[in-house]
Write a protein that binds this ligand. Structure first.
Ligand code: GLN
Length: 448
């Protein structure tokens, strides 16, 4: 704890933490020390963890990096948070993120941007940028983020660490601030596969507070067993490497990884994915629709910020939401309200639901013939602060390769795959079939 607190202090300029629980972490550490001595410590004893500001933690502030939740404190622990604490993990603080997890650069936070520790002029990725930088810069060992369309994998790639989005429903969403409920997953950042595996083992599994969570038994992920003599069948999606706008260096690093796998005796084959152009439109129609509904609860009545300059109930709603939400969140609420409106519902929302099914079916078909799909995590390395903030469509392109698994509900991990010539980290993404986290983690360990 002392080591991480020291780093947090030295690297304040990165803006990765909204709040640090210094005294609490020190006293928790002392408690854990006692338990270790008496042989009663939990599985995660002494693991120092950061929480994205979308996870409920009893009696701690929770704002989703938004002004609209000013002054809000959580009255209960989310299931994942409770399970970490039950196994004696130590929570060191609350990480900055894009407002309501909407963004790809962590520039949409009401508390200012997070800086990438590899190059302070560049973004760390988003929306879980603070959680990624907290691990990147050794401010905690592991952090929990949320991944709706890439918010754990993309910042992991930009920061040179591991980032996992498990299968949809593998980890309970109880106590996770909702963005798009049929996509939202709690995800994990770490510098090693072992740390990720044991964390997943603790937080995953059935939960009476989330009716969508899977009741499938949780594997002992931390065993990371893989038979090195067993040769795997791996697919890569041809279109991803031919995408306009993909950086030459990312392409060549991905090809190098493919060649390395082939050299190790695995079968690696190109497959077509003709639906690539439909991924972002499908993702952004469905997630904005769900967000517009989820965020209607922030009305100034029950929680957080209320505009002081109002006279009627209606003006209270309007002014509270106008003043409380940032520009990107408002854009999405409007877009989502539009695609759900009576005259456009079938043309956009219903159509996107059908395309979602096609994307999942197509991806599952590939995975019925191959163990994994590999693809780059992102089309470019970390971009400069401000580079895309004026153009939302350009920003959305950063999610091009991560949304396939999100739309399909499938698990995917971003693992470090070297650096570009400027020293910026590159990620390789590996996708697997539903509930194949054990295999995915074991393979990630073997391959790095
Ligand atoms: N960048 C994507 C978005 O803004 C992904 C966000 C996320 O996964 N939370 O929707």
């Amino acid at each position: 704890v002392a080591y991480y607190l020291d780093n947090i202090n030295k690297k304040k300029h990165l803006n990765a933490f909204l709040e640090v629980y210094e005294e609490e972490a020190r006293s928790q550490a002392a408690e854990v020390d006692k338990k270790i001595k008496s042989g009663t410590a939990g599985k995660l004893a002494g693991m120092v963890v950061g929480l994205k500001d979308v996870l409920c933690h009893t009696d701690h502030a929770l704002q989703a990096s938004s002004k609209i939740l000013d002054g809000f404190r959580s009255q209960f622990n989310g299931t994942a948070v409770q399970r970490l604490l039950d196994e004696d993990a130590i929570i060191i603080g609350r990480n900055n993120c894009d407002e309501f997890a909407m963004g790809s650069s962590n520039e949409n936070s009401a508390f200012g941007p997070v800086l990438n520790d590899a190059d302070n002029e560049r973004v760390p990725g988003g929306s879980s940028g603070g959680s990624a930088v907290a691990v990147q810069a050794d401010m905690c060992l592991v952090s929990l983020g949320s991944d709706t369309g890439g918010s754990v994998r993309q910042p992991a790639a930009f920061c040179g660490i591991f980032g996992l989005k498990p299968t949809y429903s593998r980890i309970s969403r109880h106590g996770l601030v909702a963005y798009a409920s049929s996509f939202d997953c709690i995800g994990i950042f770490s510098k090693s596969v072992e740390d990720m595996a044991i964390t997943l083992e603790v937080v995953a599994g059935k939960d009476e507070f989330d009716s969508t969570v899977s009741t499938k038994p949780v594997e002992t992920y931390s065993i990371l067993s893989i038979d090195p003599s067993k040769k795997l069948k791996i697919a890569y999606i041809k279109e991803t490497l031919e995408t306009e706008g993909i950086s030459g260096e990312i392409k060549s690093k991905t090809v190098e990884a493919i060649e390395k796998l082939k050299a190790e005796g695995h079968t690696v084959e190109a497959v077509d994915f003709p639906l690539l152009d439909y991924l972002l439109p499908t993702y952004y129609i469905l997630t904005t629709a769900e967000a517009s509904s989820n965020l209607s609860r922030f009305d100034g009545v029950k929680y957080g910020y209320r505009s002081p300059n109002t006279t009627t109930l209606e003006s209270m709603y309007k002014k509270t939401r106008t003043e409380g939400f940032g520009a990107e969140v408002k854009r999405r609420i409007m877009l989502g309200t539009f695609v759900l409106s009576a005259s456009y519902y079938d043309a956009y929302y219903t159509k996107a639901q059908k395309v979602r099914r096609m994307i999942r079916d197509y991806t599952k078909k590939i995975l019925s013939q191959y163990d994994f799909i590999v693809l780059p995590t992102t089309p470019t390395t970390a971009f400069k602060q401000g580079e895309h903030s004026e153009d939302p469509l350009e920003m959305y392109l950063a999610d091009l390769f991560t949304v396939q698994s999100s739309v399909s509900g499938l698990p995917a991990i971003s693992i470090p795959n070297g650096e570009d010539s400027g020293g910026l980290p590159i990620g390789l993404q590996i996708m697997a079939d539903d509930f194949q986290e054990g295999k995915l983690l074991a393979f990630s360990k073997y391959f790095t």
